[in-house]
Write a protein that binds this ligand. Structure first.
Ligand code: SF4
Length: 226
């Protein structure tokens, strides 16, 4: 099956890796090279159709539906992933989806752990899901939400043009490191302290000996103050 884009032989990358790429492109590259990921348009679409038919959970309340664990993909972005939840509410300006026999407006929701915070990488992931849904169902989605489970709070996210451009740029960066199979050089920074790959990555190695010593001294000082 060939799509209009003619990109069916292309490997589809996991949408969730956009968050990793936004956090650190080197981290995303290290993860990609450690994992075996082979998903092209055929398998992505086949899997989406299969999973959405067989494992999708749909809750209905009148003209409102909630679709859980819904597989989405985009030819334009070359991504495949899952929406934790999509709210679908009856709207004459909405789109047609297989689960409803009336037009609906879609509203994706991504569940998150931890404290409520404005995290760009989360917003990128959510916006990418919306862009997949727009492409799949020929519709427009202006906003969605991050739902922080412990705090039981929603954080509304607007899918602005700026956020959409960041999604496209991040997807392109992810694609380029995948295609070139390269690992970008490490850039040591505050993000590295919490990075689970830091032992493997060794981000300080490329620093000069003097800079390395300065960082060690600074970290020792921070430990003393704790
Ligand atoms: S340790 Fe730092 S540079 Fe290395 S992968 Fe993690 S965040 Fe990126």
């Amino acid at each position: 099956m060939k799509s209009g884009s003619g990109m069916d032989d292309r490997e589809y990358l996991p949408l969730s890796w956009l968050s990793q790429a936004n956090y650190c492109l080197r981290r995303a590259a290290l993860l990609m090279n450690e994992c075996v990921w082979e998903e092209n348009a055929e398998t992505a679409k086949g899997r989406a159709e299969h999973e959405n038919v067989h494992t999708r959970r749909v809750e209905r309340r009148g003209t409102q539906l909630k679709l859980y664990e819904y597989t989405v993909f985009s030819d334009a972005l070359g991504l495949v992933g899952k929406c934790d939840c999509i709210e679908a509410v009856r709207s004459e300006q909405g789109c047609v989806i297989p689960a409803a026999n009336f037009p609906v407006q879609l509203y994706p929701i991504e569940y998150k752990h931890g404290s409520v915070r404005e995290e760009l990488s989360y917003q990128i992931q959510l916006c990418a899901q919306a862009m997949c849904l727009e492409e799949m169902f020929h519709t427009n989605i202006s906003n969605g939400a991050l739902f922080y489970i412990s705090a039981h709070r929603r954080f509304e996210v607007l899918f602005t043009n700026e956020l959409r451009r960041i999604v496209e740029k991040t997807a392109e960066e992810l694609r380029s490191i995948r295609d070139a199979f390269c690992i970008p050089a490490a850039e040591y920074g505050p993000k590295c302290k919490k990075c689970s790959l830091k032992e493997y990555c060794m981000p300080k190695v490329k620093l000069t000996a003097q800079k390395y010593c300065e960082i060690l001294a600074q970290e020792a000082k921070e430990v003393e103050l704790q």
